[in-house]
Design a binder for this molecule. Structure first.
Ligand code: THU
Length: 136
């Protein structure tokens, strides 16, 4: 559960992060702002590569930055695209579900306005999770 002000702040930061995107191929800018349960915000943008599959999404950039700093519990992520309807791809949903089964996911538009509020359970029902492996 996060406050409305925090949601709006995340939306604005995600929208600002679109300016950092490295997108010479798609020209599709995505920004992300990830709020940890400890109250820190990690940012991300999409980073493309001439070898297309090497491209990394904005959401995973933010999540991997946070993980590499020792953070693993996430409260929410805002994802900003031009039209505010840039849903996270399947790989990003899987990575989100690895770390936070109940994290809130917000979409935002280019001005940072929140357009959609959902959560990872709704976006990836029946996710494949660590408990399948750790009980063996
Ligand atoms: N992209 C993201 O950053 N996040 C997603 O969840 C979907 C796709 C980026 C990757 C690539 O740079 C561009 O959008 C087009 O696929």
């Amino acid at each position: 559960m996060i406050y409305n002000e925090q949601k709006q702040e995340l939306g604005k930061i995600a929208a600002d992060m679109r300016h950092m995107s490295y997108i010479p191929y798609s020209h599709y800018a995505v920004g992300a702002a990830l709020l940890t349960k400890s109250g820190k915000i990690y940012t991300g943008c999409n980073i493309e590569n001439a070898a297309f599959p090497v491209t990394i999404c904005a959401e995973r950039t933010a999540i991997f930055k946070a993980i590499s700093e020792g953070e693993k519990d996430f409260a929410a992520i805002a994802i900003a695209t031009e039209d505010g309807l840039g849903y996270p791809c399947g790989s990003c949903r899987q990575v989100m579900s690895e770390f936070s089964s109940n994290m809130e996911v917000m979409l935002a538009d280019a001005d940072g306005n929140i357009t959609v509020e959902t959560n990872i359970n709704e976006l990836l029902p029946g996710a494949f999770t660590a408990d399948k492996l750790l009980t063996r």
